[in-house]
Design a protein around this ligand. Structure first.
Ligand code: A2R
Length: 322
């Protein structure tokens, strides 16, 4: 089987390359011209805003499955740069959809990666969220992903294309940006252990319950959906068991090699934090047999170790930032 991953230089891309290769796939991957893909595979520069560059690549590679990961994936950037976010996540996705539609190979499967954020302001009692729950996005990033979702359904129906829609909930693991909570806590702890920061960890709302899956489980879900997902279907990808952010903090702190004080930072509190977000993951389980296997404790341990190693090469004085 041959895969083309579009947008493979980000957090998930490297893990997906590794997962597919380990399962025997031939992997081709694209990144922006100024980016680099560290995993070994066939690589190509590609900006999805240049539609004319996507089609020749598809006709050259003729993949069985195209994974579309390329995105402006930050919620906070989406508030600051809404036009850019819509351009990449909506116009860019249309370019990918159009290129797949025009491709010489007509039985290509397209896996569109969306987000659990699409459900947004959920009604009380809606959890666990099934894929039929109405989408009610609460931020611009989520709105663009909901739009991609709708476009995917329209193309699948109108042009009989083989499209799988994924709504991925929070995922985490080594090498994730520290704008995400597990990585943020682990990096702060690693900085404290190294003497780069006072022994105080800044935290936001600890009572919200969220569903976290290890990125290595997430990419296994993506591979299985490429192999076994039912064409035209939507799949939640998540653990299906939300935990309080407090639990993540306590677990991360239990691995620290010194006592650390916890300080609530008003800047990290989100006014509209929804108390519980938890997906129903029975659909993906029924169609592919997938369920999350890596424990949250393991993800936290591995992420902390990643930051410890990463910070090894940096200075030790307080305030030194890599
Ligand atoms: O924004 P950058 O410079 O980090 O580049 C991102 C890249 N990208 C593009 N690729 C091609 N053409 C574009 N016009 C374009 N704009 C941005 O897509 C980045 O290298 C990649 C997306 O990777 P991450 O932002 O690290 O996302 P992650 O965590 O790998 O998630 C994969 C997918 C995304 O669609 C998320 O929205 C979804 O899973 O959760």
């Amino acid at each position: 089987m041959k895969a083309l991953i579009i947008g493979a230089a980000g957090f998930v891309g490297g893990y997906l390359i590794r997962e597919l290769k380990a399962a025997g796939w031939e992997v081709h991957a694209t990144c922006l011209p100024n980016e680099e893909i560290k995993e070994e595979c066939f690589t190509y520069p590609l900006d999805i805003l240049k539609k004319e560059d996507i089609s020749p690549l598809l006709d050259d590679i003729k993949p069985d499955v195209v994974y579309h990961l390329a995105a402006q994936s930050s919620v906070s950037v989406s508030w600051k740069r809404p036009q850019l976010t819509a351009e990449i996540n909506v116009v860019g996705s249309i370019n990918v959809l159009e290129a797949v539609r025009d491709a010489e190979r007509k039985d290509m499967r397209l896996v569109l990666i969306g987000s659990g954020e699409e459900y947004g302001y959920i009604r009380e009692g809606a959890c666990p969220l099934s894929e039929s729950e109405p989408l009610n996005p609460g931020n611009i990033y989520a709105a663009t992903k909901a739009c991609q979702d709708m476009l995917g359904k329209i193309y699948a129906r109108a042009y009989k294309m083989d499209i799988i829609l994924v709504r991925a909930f929070n995922h985490s693991g080594p090498a994730q940006s520290n704008i995400f909570v597990i990585s943020d806590f682990c990096r702060q702890i690693a900085e404290i252990e190294k003497g780069m920061k006072e022994p105080v960890i800044s935290v936001g709302n600890l009572s919200a319950k969220r569903d976290f899956t290890d990125v290595r489980d997430v990419v296994r879900a993506y591979r299985l959906l490429g192999e076994k997902g039912v064409s035209g279907s939507v799949y939640n990808v998540g653990r299906g068991k939300a935990v309080e952010i407090q639990y993540i903090l306590d677990t991360a702190l239990s691995y620290a090699n010194q006592p650390i004080e916890v300080k609530r930072d008003p800047a990290r509190m989100r006014a509209s934090d929804i108390p519980l977000i938890e997906p129903d993951v029975s659909h993906i389980h029924a169609d592919t047999g997938w369920c999350a296997e890596i424990t949250m404790e393991q993800t936290i341990k591995d992420t902390l170790d990643y930051w410890r190693k990463k910070l090894m090469s940096y200075g030790t004085s307080i305030g030194t930032e890599p």
